[in-house]
Design a protein around this ligand. Sequence first.
Ligand SMILES: Cc1ncc(COP(=O)(O)O)c(C=O)c1O
Length: 479
Amino acid sequence: MEIKKSRKNTFLYLEIAQKIESQIYDGVLATGDKLPSVRILKNEYGVSVSTILQAYYHLESKSLVEPRPRSGYYVVFCSENRPEDPEKTNPKQNAVLGSVTDMIIDFYHHLSNKSLVNLSLGVPSAELLPIAKLNKTMHETIIKLPAGGTYYDNIEGSENLRRQIAQRTLLWGGNLVESDIVITAGCTNALLLALMAVTKAGDTIVVESPVFFGILQLANTLKLRVIELPTDPNYGLDIGALKNLLKVKEINAIVLIPNFSNPTGSLMPDEHKKEIVSIIQQHQIPLIEDDICGEIYYGKKRPSTCKLYDDSGLVMWLGSFSKTLAGGYRIGWIAPGRFKSDIMKLKLYLSSSTTTIQQEAIAGFLSTGRYDYHLRNLRHTFHANSLKYIRAIGDYFPKDTLVSKPKGSFFLWVELNKKIKTKTLYERAKKCNVIFMPGDIFTLQDQYHNCMRLSYAMEWSDEIENGLKKLGSLAKEMM
Ligand SMILES: Cc1ncc(COP(=O)(O)O)c(C=O)c1O
């Protein structure tokens, strides 16, 4: 079937779906309302029946509408039941040295347990990945490479892969070239190299709060003090708080996840990115920009990066293929700006080269356009999942529950009534075969005990609906 594009070069069916979607969110179309018939809309927009049907299928896949036999499409999404957003966080701004290790080990222990409803997944589940195509590419790669790829690659990493990553920077307005990029063993390794290049034991770094626990663990390993700053679940780091802190405290590095942070899903607006870059330039502080989920956006275009606004080389831009393609391949990258020679030395000493076959296989996969096709599906699935989860939380969780509304990636930050300790809830839910990540793990301070991160990185199913229902009823029992 041919899919028509509009004059604005977006798909016509998507434009129509988006108009209906915004009417649903604004409450103009309420639960139970019947949507106009396909025939009426077809005449209204001057398009084909199949375009309107596609728009309705799209809305259905997001759980916003449902078809009723011989009657048409009806709105099922209830904006009234929709949980509110959490408030901006308010952590104490002390420089803290500490660790959250124990619980993390528990989660890794459960990774392969298939009998659990696993709402703690940090990567897409296998059914959402193009495994067969990846296998094929891997096979072709081994055959093509000299000596089957058994040799050490050069320290910077595969030229093919670095070129592919550099080309993709065009999507956010960047113009990096392959020599700007160094391949790493995933984003964790990129974070480690970046922190080691610009800090020493006893230094202080600034992060968002709540923050991805991996950053806290690396800081602890390197004996760095961490200051957590107030963060808005929609817009990310509070820039005013950063400015105030810099008046009174010397900071050695800032680590941010501006695009779809882990765990809140916040998206820093472009104006804020620009401002952060001008602040770090003024104070000469390196910024480590973890952009691991930048390509998993639900909107029309990929969000930009701080790197885009930096002409000083102080921003190190990091990413990996763990959240989109294959976490187990352990392939990530860093565009280290002015710190390239330090990063290269550290990489040489710590790990030498990166695995040859995986790098070339990903480069091959990217060069065919299969990656973009896969990403389109992944974004759609995650967006639809986010709406389904938010609907289920509205239906099953205590009424005062607050939930973030991410515009990308696959995590929800959920804030429950203060009486509910999510570590206790975790132990109870585990006995019912449901696991998630309690809020305590995303901070070094005494906070977020009533919060949790829920992952929606897998196909929606009745098991997930029931898992969320169970979690909601256990939470209600703790009120
Ligand atoms: C924000 C963020 N950075 C880095 C990582 C680590 O990524 P990788 O698996 O590529 O090392 C993760 C994974 O959970 C993450 O969420």
